[in-house]
Design a binder for this molecule. Sequence first.
Ligand code: KG4
Ligand code: ZN
Length: 363
Amino acid sequence: MNILAFESSCDETSAAVVTADRGRIKVRSNIIASQVETHRLYGGVVPEIASRAHTEAISRITYEALEEAGVTLSDIDVIAVTANPGLIGALLVAVNFAKALASANGIPLVAVDHIKGHIASCYLGGRGNVAKPPFIALAASGGHTAIYRVESYTELYVIGTTRDDAIGESFDKIGRIIGIPYPAGRGFDALSREGFIKATGDRENFYHKYKKSAAYKDREMTLPSPALNDGSLDFSFSGLKTAAINLLHRYEQNGVEIDRALFAARYTYEAVEAVAKKLSMALDRYPGHDLCIAGGVAANSHLRHRLGEVARDHGVRLFVPSLDLCGDNAAMIGAQAYYEFRKGNLADSTLNASALDTIKQET
Ligand code: KG4
Ligand code: ZN
């Protein structure tokens, strides 16, 4: 079965062709037109500019996706599109395009939730090394930070969430203040690595040695944990962000130049340890469940390393998408669409986009 999938919920326009064959899903093409350079000028995504750029890119990337996969529209069995959540004007571009294409060619249409799509990137591992429900999933991106219990390919429940900012958003905002260009996640990752190495003098095992280092004990650099201490699986990244902004102001007022690398390392450490703590709690609550991480922040090298340990400590497997599948892309939407289609979850011409997150809380 060939699926042509679309994604335009934020600042990447993407079209992909995936082929599902006896339960295995293969990416045939995954074209991503990124608008990052455009939005960098403003330090964040400007919704109206995003919608216009999606409109300009979508036809071209559809042709590219079909061509790279070596198929034509007549080979496509299902058309899939991200319908929610996201920027409404941005979502509408691919939703309307997919609806028109499906209706004009008599191809079934499937609507996909963006977060379910991110988690479905863990079904694209190749060589059979793919996640299989039930499992625990972390979706960590610029707009989301939540932990899910994935009961089946199409049913999942929120078991923990941020009560305010998303983890990626907090990296982007603090990164901007310390001079890392938008989106700051990748630069933050690299700068933190420099900081960890500087703090420990170890180029390999720096993450473990960090807690014992003098840099970690430096009181001037203390930051609060974003893991809420109330027995829940929830976070507050706004608390960490505000404390970091105050810390940076304090240095500035005292006329002391901050060591950016040591600061980035401290910030990353608190963020990663909080996620590790809550995922450990989640795995304790659901014994035997494997762990999957998805979303742009799943590309973070320190997080990947630390969560590998968390999974090992619990005797379960960790699934992480390849780096090119962590950020927004249409292949993951195609993967989720396969399972929605199998379940009979079809959309029709009344499909509309929605900015809202619809995944239910575990009761
Ligand atoms: O999933 P994604 O591409 O878009 C959204 O749905 O938001 O995630 C983008 C986010 C941005 O905040 C970006 O800074 C962050 O992922 N990110 C990272 C890394 N690479 C991207 N954050 C931490 N470490 C990284 N290596
Ligand atoms: Zn995303």
